[in-house]
Design a protein around this ligand. Structure first.
Ligand SMILES: N[C@@H](CCC(=O)N[C@@H](CS)C(=O)NCC(=O)O)C(=O)O
Length: 221
């Protein structure tokens, strides 16, 4: 299939947008990225709600099709439509392992720090800046350390989270790492992850997806 004209609605530091940005790049697919400023509440503007009534990023749009939302569903769509290079391994057990690793990042770690959670906790929830920082640090640390515990000494772990090719697990790991970097949160004692992160950073699709390199990012983060 030739590269459709994709439009990716995203935000420079959005972790979920990062996942789709990397998946597209790994598959050699081009997309025009349209920035929706989460700090200014543009996700709630009628024009964007018409694309994704949930008011969340990302959304992937191509002509003559309804918008696709939810980064995991979008990655699965890309995998089905553009199978090469694969982002899931062969074999049902291996695929389940990769999806579980990916979910531990995208479903169990990332949602705890998104803007709507921050706005609630630092508003009606009563957290001050210090308490919010502790919240962020706690959940990034627990998420990444549990990923480390899962990968360390598991024979299925290779140069990447699963074997020697990047999969959705690496994309989701890196999506959390990228945002931790934006917020200057460092997590110690994750040697297996540090090795995999360095390997991913050596690959252009990951390196070019860095939040700091996206339009709209502050010069120094
Ligand atoms: N599970 C969703 C998460 C979507 C999500 O929460 N995206 C964030 C940006 S990374 C967002 O748009 N947040 C808007 C808000 O919290 O108001 C996915 O993976 O696509």
């Amino acid at each position: 299939m030739t590269n459709p004209v994709f439009e990716l609605y995203g935000f420079w530091r959005s972790s979920a947008t990062y996942r789709v940005r990397v998946a597209l790049a790994l598959k050699g697919l081009a997309a025009k990225e349209i920035q929706v400023n989460l700090e200014d509440g543009e996700q709630f503007a009628p024009a964007f709600l018409a694309i994704n009534p949930q008011g969340t990023l990302p959304a992937l749009v191509q002509p003559d099709h309804p918008p696709l939302t939810q980064s995991m569903a979008i990655m699965e769509y890309l995998e089905e439509q553009f199978p090469l290079p694969p982002l899931l391994p062969a074999g049902a057990h291996a695929r389940a392992r990769v999806r579980a690793l990916a979910a531990s990042m995208a479903s169990d770690t990332h949602p705890l720090i998104v803007p709507r959670v921050r706005k609630y906790l630092t508003g009606p929830g009563g957290l001050d800046a210090t308490a919010w920082r502790a919240w962020q640090t706690t959940w990034f640390t627990r998420g990444l350390q549990s990923m480390e515990n899962r990968l360390y000494a598991d024979a299925a772990t290779g140069a990447f989270c699963h074997g020697d090719h990047p999969t959705m697990a690496d994309i989701c790991l890196m999506s959390v790492v990228a945002v931790a970097k934006v917020f200057k949160i460092e997590v110690a004692d994750i040697p297996t992850l540090d090795r995999i992160i360095a390997r991913c950073n050596d690959m252009e699709p990951f390196a070019r997806a860095e939040p700091a390199l996206q339009p709209g990012s502050p010069r120094e983060i």
